[in-house]
Design a protein around this ligand. Structure first.
Ligand SMILES: Cc1cc2ncn([C@H]3O[C@H](COP(=O)(O)O)[C@@H](O)[C@H]3O)c2cc1C
Ligand SMILES: O=C(O)c1cccnc1
Length: 345
């Protein structure tokens, strides 16, 4: 697997941005977290006047063997059907991508059926993961392949000129996979992390908890080895997102992290290289209970709380205009000196 080098934030650029923001025509600190965003963007990009446009939206789609346990409200076939919907522009993420002028790319990293479309990046590692209630979801090699695909897909969008990366996913059953991943990594209680995903009943939720707990007891994995945990519980799209985020951080491209599943991938990316965290912004607070916990591991405060629980990168796309505002604020506002406005005595 390609080794990824990530540099620390440029503290000098961040400090210069902070100082410059204090010369702009507004009371100091009055733009609140927007100022923090601009300062972070400067540290990430090494530019006092950072650019975040155009953004890129990279969505990884794959299936999960664990769906046969009855853990989702929807059948597995919806992953492929939604993939076609993404390719035809009909999904929520398509609408928001268009709204923000993003370059959109869907990657088939492991859908269980063949999907063909001229706009699709076909990078299937396998036809969905294995059912982790019976065996490891993936081999170590499959995880590494999926991470590598994520690195390559993000790199190719970055080479096309995107200045901010939004990562998303589609994979029926992936809230089950994400819950197992976080519980395995942290030993946190499944019942405190688990949620109803696409909308299962309370009866099905009990069953979901029971299946995850049993799998955690049955599978053997090294808690200190994120690739081993990913290979135990999946999924291919989660590993793809890990790779994409590591690549973006290595190119000093800001990353907007989406909801529960994407944040779980972010946690695993940070396990692999802790500097990756400095390049990430948390977009929104998902309704899925494990999301707050995942964000707390990253020590990130979400920008929005819209009671969303969709995934696809939708929350991250909705948060993008805030980063854009932060970058325009520092680029375009007048200073007290330029505008002839009297500063605080
Ligand atoms: C039509 C449809 C569109 C979606 N877009 C994202 N998800 C989201 O729901 C799935 C995870 O929930 P669970 O673990 O309960 O299956 C993922 O595909 C996620 O991206 C969708 C789900 C559905 C049904
Ligand atoms: O927060 C998410 O990303 C999420 C929640 C439920 C279902 N799919 C995704």
């Amino acid at each position: 697997m390609t080794s990824i080098q990530i540099q620390p934030l440029d503290v000098k650029a961040a400090e210069a941005a902070a100082k410059y923001i204090d010369t702009l025509t507004k009371p100091q600190g009055s733009l609140g977290r927007l100022e923090e965003l601009a300062i972070n963007l400067a540290g990430i990009t090494q530019e006092i006047f950072p650019t975040v446009t155009p953004p890129g939206v990279l969505v990884f789609a794959a299936d999960h063997g664990v769906v046969e346990e009855g853990v989702s409200a929807f059948p597995k076939s919806v992953t492929a059907q939604m993939a076609l919907n993404f390719l035809e522009g009909g999904a929520a993420i398509n609408v928001f991508s268009k709204q923000i002028g993003a370059q959109f790319q869907l990657v088939d990293i492991g859908i269980a059926t063949t999907v063909q479309h001229s706009e699709l990046s076909c990078r299937k590692v396998r036809m969905g993961t294995r059912n982790f209630c019976n065996e490891h979801a993936m081999t170590r090699n499959e995880v590494e392949q999926a991470i590598e695909i994520g690195i390559n897909e993000a790199t190719s969008l970055i080479n096309k000129g995107i200045k901010c990366l939004i990562v998303g996913e589609m994979g029926i059953g992936n809230t089950t996979s994400s819950t197992a991943l976080l519980a395995a990594l942290t030993n946190h209680k499944v019942e405190e992390l688990v949620g109803s995903g696409t909308g299962i009943t309370s009866q099905q939720l009990k069953h979901k908890i029971e299946r995850i707990e049993q799998a955690l007891a049955d599978r053997q994995y090294d808690v200190k080895d994120p690739i081993d945990i990913l290979s135990a519980f999946g999924g291919l799209e989660i590993a793809g997102m890990v790779g994409a985020m590591l690549a973006a951080a290595s190119y000093r491209i800001p990353i907007i992290v989406d909801g529960f599943i994407c944040t779980t991938a972010a946690v695993f990316a940070v396990q692999m290289n802790e500097l990756a965290s400095d390049y990430m912004f948390a977009s929104h607070q998902s309704v899925e209970p494990g999301h707050r916990f995942a964000l707390s591991i990253l020590k990130k405060e979400p920008l929005l709380n819209l009671q969303m629980r969709l995934g696809e990168g939708s929350g991250a796309a909705i948060a993008f205009p805030l980063l854009h505002s932060a970058s325009l604020m520092i680029k375009e506002m007048a200073t007290f000196a330029d505008a002839g406005v009297a500063n605080k005595e």
